[in-house]
Design a protein around this ligand. Structure first.
Ligand code: 13P
Ligand code: SF4
Length: 319
């Protein structure tokens, strides 16, 4: 296969046209996350955050769902559409948060605290979802936690940073799983403050997967869509954006006259630390191949899907 980086602009456009034709022929829909490559976002039928993508997956009448995102997102789409074909351009597109929570270890923790309500962030495997009472995303997590009776203790997994942030926002004490997103933990507070000093009118906006010291200095904390909407509706014109760099494509398109500065990573930015390597495993060529071959496909056992559906449905009812 030809490496994506080596394709010319004309070849890229031709490939995008071929994807568009194929998806019409096959009655397929392309759902893309904001962290996908711009050339994938450009041909997507819908771009959104995890919650919006799950909602879209739940209501689409397309026969095939091509998920341009990571594995747990495509899995969620499959659980919501067991009879449909759900494709992921690269099955290895995982997530450090999902990987940080192995089912056996989580089952053990849950058994130690049988009276706890289990809330899991959607960035986890289908098997972890089967062990959950309710799922949440970064855009509805606060609402989900507040829906749980005050006298009920809570286990929150797998993201300790989001968990800590929620504890502060809701005043609820929770037992946190020790998971984190490698991308959001890579931001450097010192470098961020240096950028802020150079741009003192900037608003700092951050995804809640970021570490507590970054969230503390943020003017706004929210999901990817939340951040996008904040930038759109804000009267300010400069923003330091602490989330995966892929979002800058849609953000800049929405606010062409505003200045968007990616939050700097601890390492030299040449290491592309603020790019999610998992998200970037999907390429335009792989997307075309997967639509043409109708694979790789997400295949899950019926029983697993039935059990994982319940906590997702509880979340969707609340949202
Ligand atoms: P959002 O739900 O905010 O899009 O977040 C998904 C994600 O993986 C962030 O790293
Ligand atoms: Fe997972 Fe982090 Fe990548 Fe989001 S950015 S998909 S949380 S590894």
């Amino acid at each position: 296969m030809k490496a994506e980086m080596s394709i010319s602009i004309d070849e890229k456009k031709a490939l995008q046209e071929r994807v568009k034709r194929l998806k019409e022929e096959k009655n397929a829909v392309i759902l893309a996350h904001y962290y996908q490559e711009p050339e994938i976002q450009e041909i997507a039928d819908f771009i959104g955050d995890s919650l919006e993508l799950a909602k879209k997956a739940a209501t689409t009448d397309a026969e095939i769902i091509v998920f341009a995102g990571v594995h747990f997102m495509a899995e969620t789409a499959k659980i919501l559409n067991p009879s449909k074909k759900v494709l992921l351009p690269d099955l290895k597109a995982g997530c450090s948060l999902a990987e940080s929570c192995p089912p056996d270890a989580f089952r053990k923790l849950k058994a130690e605290y049988p009276d706890h309500v289990v809330v899991t962030y959607i960035n986890c495997s289908a098997e972890i979802k089967t062990l959950s009472d309710i799922v949440c995303t970064s855009s509805n997590a606060e609402k989900v936690i507040k829906s749980i009776p005050e006298d009920k203790p809570i286990i929150f997994a797998p993201d300790k940073n989001l968990g800590r942030y929620l504890m502060e926002k809701t005043g609820r004490n929770m037992l946190l799983w020790d998971g984190a997103c490698i991308v959001h933990e890579a931001f450097s507070l010192d470098k961020l403050l240096e950028v802020y000093r150079e741009n003192p009118s900037a608003m700092i906006i951050a995804h809640p997967e970021s570490e507590a010291h970054v969230l503390k200095v943020a003017n706004y904390v929210g999901s990817t869509s939340g951040m996008l909407n904040y930038v759109k509706s804000s009267e300010h014109d400069t923003f330091i954006v602490a989330t995966e760099a892929g979002i800058l494509h849609q953000m800049q398109k929405n606010v062409p006259h505003k200045k968007l500065i990616p939050a700097p990573a601890k390492e030299d930015n040449t290491c592309a630390c603020s790019e999610c390597a998992f998200m970037k495993m999907n390429t335009l060529q792989k997307l075309y191949n997967c639509l043409q071959n109708e694979g790789p496909e997400i295949i899950l056992e019926e029983d697993l899907m039935e059990k994982a559906l319940l906590p997702i449905e509880r979340m969707l009812e609340l949202s």
